[in-house]
Design a protein around this ligand. Structure first.
Ligand SMILES: C[S@@+](CC[C@H](N)C(=O)[O-])C[C@H]1O[C@@H](n2cnc3c(N)ncnc32)[C@H](O)[C@@H]1O
Length: 436
């Protein structure tokens, strides 16, 4: 039997945002033991120091720990009642509401091996007769990279089909005798990506303006405080009128004021109020920022070139070497291609080269003093290095740029909307002020 101190157990729950589950002590001790072994550390105390040291290695270990402490159990059309509600009520209502724009954005948060977002893709496919006229984007995110790899293959065994009817199975899957592969058009309908719901900023992963968020059987693992902060972040990326569906009773009465609960016989579902106000900003924060900052010059942001786009595509696929080589070629042709410095910083972060990431972000900011995304990323680096003061200053700078945009603000947010970023940054800045 392995033993670990209460302090280490608390530390693990603090870092992962997960709650202590009954009877979980022995399991945590076993997990710690196996992680100590995998990392070739001397023992549990050294493991505690490793978790506390911040930086990308500690972050990656927190992801691994989260995966060990949660399960990826899922299957197609899980909770038939909720799926009936989605297919017969929520999706038809959204299709009517969005008929003018023909845009629909759906996010399965904590999607594990993809059964949930693919079930949604099948439901949308059968509901939209004129599917080609619509732009339907379905996102599946999870902290577990292996589960995401499996999701991308679209290959499943009979175990995933516990509640799917045979007609649907044969309409959307090819295969037989226990091995099934989703048809390509359904596979292509879902975009998968890694995202830590507790620590990551959703907008920076392209998660915004959602019509429907499914986050089912995920909140059960989270501490009260983590549920609250993840919910706030979710509300910020929901469109007014957009829906949030959790598993039954997962929110324990913690619904934010911006959501109203709608009760159907099959399940409750939350809807963002049409005039939901973001959390109030700290007026004095704005004054501080104005005093602290020089007036930023607007940067000349050229559209992303073909070569730069190729670099982005390789980086997204995880081929960092090719992406880096392409970035260098872009910069040889145009040393002011500021978004290329940002991409290089992202690649350096992925490769856990913190100093390289810092250097590239500083270069981007030197050339474009209103580069909001670069401020935010640099702030994160300093926060991981426990330099809270520097992180706070950088976030205030980002807020200042967002409040007084001088053109280019959309491009320099790198996929997030300025309005969403203001909400996120204000809450981070407020939180830091309260901690002090
Ligand atoms: C039980 S599965 C739920 C799958 C699916 N939503 C369903 O209901 O069938 C829980 C998933 O949440 C993921 N998860 C747990 N903590 C997470 C976090 N902090 N960020 C992102 N995903 C997380 C796990 O990796 C796991 O795949």
């Amino acid at each position: 039997v392995h033993l670990i101190s209460d302090r280490l157990r608390t530390l693990i729950h603090e870092h992962t945002g997960l709650r202590e589950r009954s009877g979980g002590v022995d399991r945590i001790a076993d997990i710690v033991q196996s992680r100590v072994h995998a990392l070739s550390l001397a023992g549990a105390e050294e493991y505690a120091r490793f978790l506390n040291c911040g930086g990308s290695e500690a972050n990656s270990e927190i992801r691994t720990l989260t995966v060990c402490l949660t399960t990826g159990e899922t299957h197609f059309f899980r909770d038939r009642g909720q799926f009936d509600l989605i297919e017969k009520t929520i999706l038809p209502a959204l299709i009517v509401e969005r008929n003018a724009s023909k845009n629909l954005r759906i996010w399965s948060a904590g999607c594990s091996t993809g059964d949930e977002p693919y079930s949604i893709a099948m439901a949308v496919d059968s509901l939209l007769a004129n599917r080609r006229d619509w732009n339907v984007e379905i996102f599946g995110t999870d902290i577990n990279l292996q589960a995401l790899d499996k999701a991308r293959t679209g290959a499943y065994t009979d175990w995933s089909f516990r509640v799917i009817d045979d007609d649907r199975k044969h309409a959307y899957f090819d295969g037989s005798s226990g091995q099934w592969v989703l048809k390509r058009r359904i596979r292509n309908a879902v975009r998968f990506g890694a995202l830590n719901l507790i620590h990551d900023k959703f907008q920076l992963a392209g998660i915004r303006d959602m019509d429907l968020i499914l986050c089912r059987n995920v909140f059960i693992y989270f501490k009260h405080y983590s549920i609250q902060s993840v919910l706030d972040k979710m509300v910020a990326v929901l469109r007014p009128g957009g829906y949030l569906l959790t598993a039954h009773g997962e929110l324990h009465g913690q619904e934010p004021a911006q959501l109203e609960a709608l009760c159907y016989p099959e399940s409750s579902v939350y809807r963002k109020r049409a005039h939901a106000k973001p959390k109030p900003a700290l007026a004095e924060v704005g004054c501080l920022a104005q005093k602290a900052l020089p007036a930023p010059k607007p940067a000349a942001v050229a559209p992303v070139s073909e070569l730069e786009q190729m670099a982005r595509d390789f980086a997204n696929k995880g081929d960092h070497e090719t992406a880096e080589a392409l970035c260098k070629r872009v910069l040889e042709g145009d040393p002011f291609a500021i978004r290329t410095y940002y991409l290089l910083a992202k690649i350096a972060e992925e490769r856990k080269q913190t100093d390289g990431a810092k250097e590239m972000l500083k270069k981007a900011l030197y050339l474009a003093p209103d580069y909001v995304a670069a401020y935010i990323d640099l702030a994160d680096v300093y926060e991981r290095e426990k330099n809270a003061e520097r992180a706070q200053k950088l976030r205030l700078s980002a807020l200042e740029c967002l409040r007084h945009p001088r053109g280019n603000s959309e491009e320099l947010c790198e996929g997030a909307t300025p309005a969403d970023l203001i909400v996120v940054l204000e809450s981070m800045v407020n939180e830091a002020v309260n901690v002090r």
